[in-house]
Design a protein around this ligand. Structure first.
Ligand SMILES: Cc1ncc(C[n+]2csc(CCOP(=O)(O)OP(=O)(O)O)c2C)c(N)n1
Ligand code: SF4
Length: 284
């Protein structure tokens, strides 16, 4: 049986005391242990940022890539080895800003990956500039007169692109978040879990208390995750009431199932024929 000790990393955590990332890390560990996923069967891919440092604090396979590129690297890893559970830890700037185009392509492709977006609504690592999810008018050290762009709504965009698993979590409720992560990892396809993550150093608006007083649980509201129109409506709900839980869930073919040449199995399970490759290269 896998235990928390198996995931214990000896790297010192560099996050600010009280950062919402701690709740996400705890929920991830709880989910991995509850699902009995061994560290050698797990691969975490991340880009750049405070969120992207998460895999350093878990003892498992990891790949720390460029800003915004976690999704494409993760897709490649899953093609190579279908047996790995592949999770991505991204920031909101990382995933929806620098990696915005990768986000769009990956949702459309639907690879079997779990995408955790630590959405603190700012660029944390570079000291608090506005990110794509900062609310219109939000004042930061850089945006002195307030953010002038409409806030990006990842859940709405994902639904519009045909995503099959769309959820919102809260880092202030580790138990609930662990359940969501487990559901996401069980789902065959891309599971997007956008997580409300307070940045205690640079976002003085969206605090733990701010979220706690607004979050309500979709399970308690008897929401049917099969109802696309309702999910779309809920994805736009923000302000006094914020829905948390699975907005939408639908089974659909995933990326590796759709690639003809992968029907015979993962790339790592194939034998490599160098003579055939040489013949092919000689022809071009
Ligand atoms: C292509 C590129 N653009 C900008 C940067 C600078 N940069 C590094 S981290 C970061 C902000 C990260 O913010 P976010 O993804 O929201 O993660 P957080 O640190 O808030 O967890 C930026 C802009 C970079 N490294 N690469
Ligand atoms: S700057 Fe914000 S996101 Fe980064 S570690 Fe500190 S509190 Fe967390």
């Amino acid at each position: 049986m896998v235990s928390l000790k198996d995931y214990q990393s000896d790297i010192d955590i560099k996050w600010c005391p009280g950062c919402g990332n701690f709740g996400i890390l705890a929920a991830m560990k709880d989910a991995l242990v509850s699902m009995n996923i061994a560290p050698e069967k797990l691969l975490i891919i991340s880009g750049i940022g405070q969120a992207a440092n998460t895999p350093h604090y878990l003892k498992c396979n990891m790949f720390h890539t460029l800003h915004g590129r976690a999704l494409s690297i993760a897709t490649g890893a899953k093609i190579a080895n279908h047996d790995l559970t592949v999770v991505m830890n991204c920031g909101d700037g990382d995933c929806y800003g620098e990696g915005g185009n990768h986000f769009i392509s990956t949702v459309r492709r639907n690879p079997d990956l779990t995408l955790l977006v630590h959405n603190n609504k700012v660029y944390g690592l570079t000291k608090g500039q506005a990110s794509p999810t900062s609310d219109l008018g939000m004042v930061t050290k850089m945006q002195h007169h307030g953010v002038i762009s409409e806030s990006f709504s990842p859940l709405t965009v994902a639904l519009a692109l045909g995503a099959g698993f769309v959820a919102r979590g809260f880092s202030g409720d580790e138990k609930h978040l662990s359940q969501l992560i487990q559901e996401g990892m069980k789902y065959k396809g891309l599971s997007l879990i956008d997580i409300m993550q307070p940045c205690v150093s640079f976002n003085t608006v969206n605090t733990f208390a701010w979220y706690k007083s607004r979050a309500y649980y979709l399970e308690e509201a008897n929401h049917d995750p099969g109802n696309f129109e309702k999910a779309l409506e809920l994805s736009r709900q923000w302000g006094d009431q914020i829905p948390v839980g699975i907005l939408y869930k639908k089974e659909k073919p995933h990326f590796t199932d759709r690639i003809h040449s992968l029907k015979a199995g993962s790339l790592i399970s194939r034998t490599y024929n160098s003579a055939k490759l040489d013949q092919f290269l000689a022809r071009i």
